[in-house]
Design a protein around this ligand. Structure first.
Ligand SMILES: [Zn+2]
Length: 234
């Protein structure tokens, strides 16, 4: 095998590995992001339920105050009732007393509803809070694992980048500039022949080109995309 072709084969191997590592980093990052979104959705639900609870508590306290003031008014009317002189006045105070009683009953109804809402919301809050706790624990664990994995990947990336640079330096000037230009324009410079076609653009290669690539004797470029073709057994 030509030495330059050997270097290109090694380069392809190193570049593929670098590409795979970058993809894995991206995937892990989006996994984590998805999990964070799930957790924050649960956090928002919890926040809303707490607001609902606060509103119910507020309504209940308002009801308590209103019942108290209705009762105080009723008592005042009852006292005044004892001092009335005319039947008309008497009727007026009776009506006021009845109105206050009715209002107090309505507010008591409101208090009851608020208390039921509080009870139901507290149950929901307990359930959602437990769910959030679980999700946060899973997220923290994932974050920890991901940090570890990222450190390993970065270590390997640094090592591979050094190998990559050393291999590129060993390329002859023409092959080197071709390789660098292709990497810049297409991302992948070296591609294998896959079932008689270019592994980069799927151009159907003439059998003669395939045979030449298989011999690994000189630099062969794809007629379709211009990438450097190499032969791999896999
Ligand atoms: Zn091609």
């Amino acid at each position: 095998m030509d030495e330059q072709i050997g270097i290109l084969l090694e380069l392809r191997h190193v570049d593929d590995r670098l590409q795979a590592l970058a993809t894995r980093l991206d995937m892990r990052a989006s996994d984590l992001q998805r999990r964070q979104l799930e957790t924050s959705a649960v956090r928002e639900v919890l926040e809303r339920e707490r607001e609902r609870l606060a509103r119910a508590e507020h309504r209940r306290r308002e009801g308590d105050r209103e019942v108290e003031s209705c009762q105080a008014a009723k008592t005042r009317f009852e006292i005044q009732l004892q001092g009335v002189k005319t039947n008309v006045e008497y009727q007026v105070f009776l009506r006021e007393i009845a109105t206050m009683q009715q209002k107090a009953r309505e507010w008591e109804e409101t208090i009851l509803e608020a208390m039921e809402a509080e009870e139901a919301t507290q149950k929901t809050i307990a359930r959602v809070a437990a769910e959030l706790k679980t999700k946060e624990a899973v997220e923290a664990e994932e974050q920890r694992r991901r940090d570890e994995e990222r450190q390993e990947i970065q270590k390997e990336q640094e090592q591979l980048s050094r190998q990559h640079a050393a291999l590129v330096e060993r390329l002859a000037p023409q092959a080197k500039s071709k390789y660098q230009r292709l990497t810049r324009s297409k991302g992948t410079a070296i591609v294998p022949v896959v079932q008689g076609s270019c592994g980069g653009c799927h151009y159907n290669l003439p059998p003669q080109t395939v045979n030449e690539v298989r011999r690994n004797q000189r630099l062969i470029l794809c007629e379709g995309c211009g990438r450097i073709l190499v032969w791999t057994d896999s």
